[in-house]
Design a protein around this ligand. Structure first.
Ligand SMILES: Cc1cc2nc3c(=O)[nH]c(=O)nc-3n(C[C@H](O)[C@H](O)[C@H](O)COP(=O)(O)OP(=O)(O)OC[C@H]3O[C@@H](n4cnc5c(N)ncnc54)[C@H](O)[C@@H]3O)c2cc1C
Length: 467
């Protein structure tokens, strides 16, 4: 399939080069973004996030092996102290010229209870390692995000979520956690003990302290049938209420300039195993890029070619344990903005975003992701008391992403969207205060835990402290 599409894309590209040349159109040429120096003038080593847009030169880096070591380190560490997981956030959350603190050495399942399907997990555990570890004890997390590279602490830090009917973000399944404070104390937090901290810091931006371990409410290991199907974009939008009602997990990617959408569903099954094959998403994305590169000068022609390339792609089916299928590899780097919206506005927002991109930004080729998340009661959760529909817009890492701020963010904001804490946005404290009903209480808890602001870097001061 890919081979056929690749052949078609290549021949289409060749034809397009000729046409583009004839009209004097400049084809896109890839340019690797400039890389910051590996060390700063003081010899400090460079740290960068996954997509490369955030960087820092921390004065100190620490990776404590346990709570005692962490607690004593916190008492003296040079601020800003920034916990870091896998560095997969797009915002400058972990950047610091003080202390960068990794929990990579504090990972793994501590213990579990088969009767209640709970597990106590160290916060440095990567979600990709947690899947098999939980499977070994007959459990799985109720839902997973699009990738599983994140650490558990990092995922909780930004309200990381997946998609699905009645399914909450990861922090929505947290029963308790332990928090190491700026003073080096270790606090147990749950609905009874330190309840305010439990409510304020289940989504925490690493601004309240360092989460060391988490008790997760899981469910029995389940086999699922995952299907990926290309459909008409407008039909998919019309069918979205039904899709959300009948499938356990459902999302779709609106593919701009094609009139198509890729619909991904996952449902519990007892069908025989059909493991996922080699990843085809990355090559499909690069084919969309080829289309952009060659036909970006003519939206009708780009769509005409896309319709022919995409028309007869058959659905893909996979059957396996949920943790093996729900998350994906995303080898092609991008920058991303995602807002969480009242569910009833999601499709209207999406259509506005797609038509804006198609009218104004012919360089965009990444599909736009559409998901659904159940409400929860964590004070800084973007889903606080609101079942949400999310819309996420991506820009290839070599392309300009300023349009996300200039064109897309104002649309999201018009509809009362709350930004994903880890993804691009320009909001500051007064904006967040207006979006989060329990903001003041959460900030009071934060100030009490870290009166000196040792966990705050310049971005967190802008986001959390009134100017
Ligand atoms: C390719 C890609 C796909 C993605 N897909 C999704 C998706 O499907 N759904 C979604 O919601 N998001 C998604 N994201 C965003 C990502 O899940 C979040 O940004 C997440 O926070 C990253 O986790 P991390 O371990 O890399 O944390 P980092 O980015 O390193 O840190 C995130 C925050 O958590 C804090 N933190 C880390 N560890 C701790 C700790 N132990 N205690 C206290 N604070 C801590 C940090 O200080 C920081 O504020 C995606 C990102 C990428 C790059």
């Amino acid at each position: 399939m890919v081979t056929r599409r690749t052949v078609m894309a290549t021949s289409a590209a060749t034809a397009g080069v000729g046409v583009a040349g004839a009209v004097g159109y400049r084809l896109w040429s890839d340019q690797e973004p400039a890389s910051p120096p590996e060390t700063d003038p003081k010899g400090r080593l460079l740290w960068r996030n996954w997509s490369g847009i955030q960087s820092a030169y921390p004065a100190a880096r620490a990776a404590p092996a346990g709570e005692d070591e962490l607690a004593s380190l916190l008492k003296t560490a040079q601020g800003p102290i920034r916990p870091v997981g896998a560095g997969h956030s797009f915002m400058p959350l972990a950047t610091t010229d003080g202390t960068l603190l990794s929990l990579d050495r504090m990972s793994g399942v501590i213990d579990h209870d088969p009767a209640t399907l709970t597990a106590r997990v160290r916060a440095g555990t990567r979600l990709g390692d947690l899947g098999p570890a939980l499977a070994a004890i007959g459990q799985e997390m109720p839902n997973l995000p699009d990738i599983n590279k994140q650490s558990l602490g990092g995922a909780l830090g930004t309200g990381t979520h997946g998609t699905g009917r009645g399914l909450k973000a990861i922090h929505g399944e947290v029963l308790s956690f332990r928090l190491a404070t700026a003073a080096g104390e270790i606090l147990d937090c749950d609905p009874e003990r330190n309840a305010d901290i439990f409510n304020a810091a289940r989504v925490n931006l690493g601004a309240f302290g360092v989460v060391t371990e988490v008790t997760l409410k899981n469910r029995p290991l389940t086999r699922i049938h995952k299907r990926v199907e290309i459909r008409d974009f407008h039909d998919t939008c019309d069918d979205w209420p039904r899709l959300k009602a009948v499938h356990r997990n459902v999302e779709f990617y609106a593919i701009p300039f094609t009139g198509k959408a890729a619909v991904i569903t996952a449902d519990v099954t007892n069908l025989p195993l059909k493991p996922r094959g080699p990843d085809t998403d990355a090559s499909a994305t690069m084919e969309l890029k080829s289309l952009r590169d060659v036909f970006g000068w003519s939206a009708p022609l780009r769509r005409w070619v896309a319709e022919r390339l995409i028309a007869d792609i058959p659905p893909q089916d996979m059957v396996d344990d949920g943790w093996k299928l729900l998350s994906n590899d995303r080898p092609i780097k991008f920058n991303e903005m995602e807002f969480h919206l009242p569910q009833e506005t999601q499709i209207e927002v999406l259509k506005t975003v797609v038509s804006t991109i198609e009218a104004r930004r012919s360089d965009v080729f990444f599909p736009i992701e559409v998901r659904t998340i159940e409400a929860d009661d964590a004070w800084l959760s973007p889903f606080f008391q609101r079942s949400s529909g999310s819309v996420a817009v991506h820009a290839y890492y070599k392309d300009d992403h300023q349009f996300l701020f200039d064109l897309i963010e104002p649309i999201f904001r018009r509809y009362g969207g709350r930004p994903h804490w880890g993804k691009l946005n320009t909001l500051g404290e007064s904006d967040f205060r207006g979006l989060y009903p329990r903001w003041a209480e959460a900030m009071a808890v934060r100030a009490q835990l870290d009166p000196g602001g040792r966990f705050l870097n310049p971005y967190l001061r802008k986001a959390l402290i009134p100017s």
